[in-house]
Design a protein around this ligand. Structure first.
Ligand code: SAH
Length: 500
């Protein structure tokens, strides 16, 4: 009989990068994932494809399971032999009823593990640049729930203690009850000048921060129509935001960034965008597949050791090469003494992952630079193999042939346009549209005929001059061109290091 087990996992406050390694492992190995509205999609997406995902809700006002129903469901699934992850926003035990769920599991004889999470109470202020303790301000802090409304005549909070200007007081779930809470703090002597910050949607691209004082904050919230979920921080540590503010001050913070590169190559870029406070919108405009005629690539791989140099102009070429090699039951030893060139660091890294130490990477990651570098590293008559995209420019082989080298250029893969009826709507939602190759531009225009018009009001960013030229040729204005032709370079350019 299969023994079920439950992991109560804290998902952290929103930024998927704040999930713990242990939490990620539990999700990657579960049969059933129970999650609520605070869980970010990127974390839910970590679950294996055959994992059953159950939304158990808990957003005020929407239909969802009651706490008892969630607990009963968790127990039942585990007794059925399932590995169940119950994902909770922030930490499992901070105002999250994890204690009750764990007790119910114990009573039902279900084994469980607790995977603590980063609580919003501390992390959300941190993302607003507010340290919950600071030697200049306080030696303690407290975390309270605001869900009891003092205006309704009941509260179990000791406001006489909380109204201490020398301590930091943090409230969760306090937006609906803020007037009552502030009233009690004032009544108990907390000065009107005490700073207050309210941070909503913390650690996410939608993070917003409102700073006021005990005297002003209720009116400030009303004016700004500031809504939950939010963390309220009361105390002079709030003043430190001025010097520590970091997450919400970058140029891409809060921006929605369209990622048009192929789905299988977008994860790294998407992650880097999240980490910069931007929201990636994945809208692959192209997909990479086999060339129309795979025979020349297969034949070239079979004879690879006969070449003096083998040249890879993208990671896709490396993937295609090793797919072919693997299919014939061989491995990296097939290269023999052939030297290997890569157009840039990503391509080189893909080769290194296969145990190939790359002999040459140019300083600028374009075909022209590869050709120049190889011309000085080879002698006339030497044979070179270029493993390239079917639709690639011929400049590399042309330059090398002109220099008297013998070149076999084979189509290793082909880029095809994606037909995505939603691509246009995704682009409309974006603030920034990124193109990471000329073919992403063409794939985009394939889906959005009036691309130049649609993009007119947005920031258009290209990974390099060739991609930018492809866009400009189609009448698309390009605002940002990376200096280093990688996704990191593109992000750096968007953050302000750009040349236009
Ligand atoms: N267990 C959670 C708290 C659950 S109570 C934790 O440890 O973080 C839900 C409350 O948490 C919300 O009403 C809000 O006050 C706070 N909260 C959770 N995530 C938040 C976020 N990303 N930004 C602001 N507040 C958040």
């Amino acid at each position: 009989m299969k023994r079920g087990r439950v992991w109560l996992v804290g998902a952290g406050p929103g930024d998927p990068g704040l999930l713990t390694l242990k939490g990620a492992r539990a999700i990657q190995n579960c049969d059933v994932l129970l999650y609520d509205y605070l869980a970010s999609q990127a974390i839910v997406d970590l679950a294996p494809p055959d994992c059953e995902r159950i939304y158990v809700g808990k957003r005020a006002g929407t239909h969802s399971l009651t706490q008892d129903e969630i607990t009963a469901l968790t127990v039942k699934l585990a007794l059925d032999g399932k590995r169940v992850v119950r994902l909770k926003g922030g930490d499992v035990f901070v105002f999250a009823r994890g204690g009750e769920e764990a007790q119910a599991l114990r009573n039902a004889g279900v084994p469980f593990e607790i995977v603590p999470g980063i609580t919003s109470a501390i992390a959300v202020p941190a993302y607003a640049g507010i340290p919950v303790t600071h030697r200049d301000h306080n030696t303690s802090f407290s975390i309270s729930t605001g869900h009891e409304d003092p205006l309704k005549g009941y509260t179990s909070l000791d406001y006489a203690k909380l109204a201490n200007p020398k301590s930091t007081t943090i409230f969760l779930m306090a937006m609906a009850t803020l007037p009552g809470i502030v009233g009690e703090l004032r009544k108990n002597g907390l000065p009107d000048t005490t700073p207050v910050a309210i941070v909503r949607e913390g650690t996410k691209p939608t993070q917003e921060t409102l700073v006021g004082t005990i005297g002003t904050i209720v009116a400030d919230v009303e004016r700004a129509r500031f809504a939950a979920p939010a963390v309220v921080v009361v105390g002079s540590v709030v003043n430190e935001r001025e010097s520590i503010r970091w997450f919400d001050r970058t140029a891409v913070f809060g921006k929605r960034v369209l990622v048009t590169r192929p789905a299988n190559a977008s994860a790294e870029f998407a992650q880097a965008l999240w980490e910069s406070g931007a929201e990636p919108i994945l809208a692959p405009a192209i997909t990479i597949g086999p060339p129309d005629d795979p025979a020349p690539a297969v034949a070239a791989v079979a004879r690879v050791r006969e070449y003096a140099w083998v040249v890879f102009t993208s990671r896709n070429g490396v993937d295609a090469f090793f797919d072919i090699l693997g299919a014939s039951g061989r491995d990296a030893r097939a290269f023999g003494d052939a030297k290997v060139a890569a157009i840039g660091p990503k391509t080189a890294a893909a080769l290194t992952a296969h145990g190939i130490r790359v002999d040459f990477v140019p300083d600028t990651y374009v075909n022209e630079a590869v050709a120049e570098g190889l011309a000085t590293r080879t002698a006339p008559g030497e044979r070179l193999l270029i493993f390239r995209a079917q639709e690639a420019r011929d400049v590399l082989q042309d330059m090398l042939r002109a220099a008297g080298r013998t070149v076999d250029a084979v189509a290793a893969y082909k880029t095809r346009y994606v037909d995505d009826p939603d691509l246009r709507a995704k682009a409309e939602r974006a603030d920034i549209v990124t193109f990471t190759s000329a073919s992403t531009v063409h794939g985009f225009v394939h889906n959005v005929e009036d691309a130049a018009t649609l993009l007119a009001g947005k920031t258009v960013a290209a990974i390099g001059p060739i991609t930018a030229a492809a866009a400009r040729k189609l009448g698309i204005r390009v605002d940002v061109v990376a200096d280093e032709f990688t996704v990191e370079g593109l992000l750096h350019a968007l953050e302000g290091g750009a040349t236009v």
